[in-house]
Design a protein around this ligand. Structure first.
Ligand code: DX5
Ligand code: ZN
Length: 213
């Protein structure tokens, strides 16, 4: 698995220290959850924090926009130097248009699905996305349990990818530990986002364990 360490579990007052530790420990990506307190009942950071993170690491920045009307903020997040920007169909009426905007700016475009959103709501975008993210818990907070509701959707995305020759990577996010990552991998997932598991254990070992799946 490609490992994306979620800084939602980092110490917000020591973000630089934690980001350097994540890099040192061998993570592939840094996963940054942006929450606005409207689409989801939590608030994290804004574009200026992502730009500041960009200055201290070469790791790929995987920015997950868990915000309403993502189109209003796309330019700002594109300017941060993020490598992947992922948006939700539940938060915009302009999904394809927004994804194209991200791609045309030279950034990898991702589409993310809440646990309860059917996969049909992103089907019309699968030809153009670089990443499809499946939330495997409810959005908003780290440390929740994995929910298997997403497994069928992951398998479907894997099937469509093969049948239609699409190129997206499949990312899973929420409650990821080696056992749940294994199930996702079996269904076809490529990228594992993990926050709690990596921060609560020996970081290097936890990342390596997930990478080996
Ligand atoms: C949930 C976030 C996740 C979260 C995962 O809304 O999108 O990225 O950080 O955290 P863990 O690994 O603790 O479930
Ligand atoms: Zn996320």
């Amino acid at each position: 698995m490609i490992v994306a360490t979620s800084i939602l579990s980092a110490d917000f007052l020591n973000l630089e220290r934690d980001i350097r530790a994540i890099q040192q420990a061998g993570s592939d990506y840094i996963h940054i959850d942006i929450m606005d307190g409207i689409f989801v009942s939590n608030v994290t950071w804004g574009p200026s924090t992502v730009s500041a993170i960009r200055k201290i690491t070469d790791l790929r920045l995987d920015v997950h926009l868990i915000i309403n009307q993502s189109e209003l903020m796309l330019d700002a997040y594109i300017e941060t130097g993020a490598d992947i920007i992922t948006i939700h169909p539940e938060s915009t009426h302009f999904l394809r248009k927004n994804l194209l905007k991200i791609k045309n700016a030279g950034v990898k475009a991702g589409v993310a699905l809440k646990l309860e959103t059917p996969i049909e709501s992103i089907r019309h975008c699968l030809d153009l996305v670089d990443v499809v993210l499946f939330l495997t818990c409810d959005e908003g907070f780290g440390g929740q349990a994995f929910h298997s509701l997403a497994l069928e959707k992951i398998a479907q995305a894997t099937k469509w990818r093969k049948e239609k020759g699409f190129n997206y990577l499949i990312e899973v996010d929420g409650g990821i530990i080696p056992e749940t990552a294994e199930k996702c991998k079996e269904a076809g997932a490529d990228i594992a986002v993990a926050g709690s598991y990596i921060f609560k254990n020996n970081m290097q070992q936890a990342i390596q364990q997930l990478k080996n799946i």
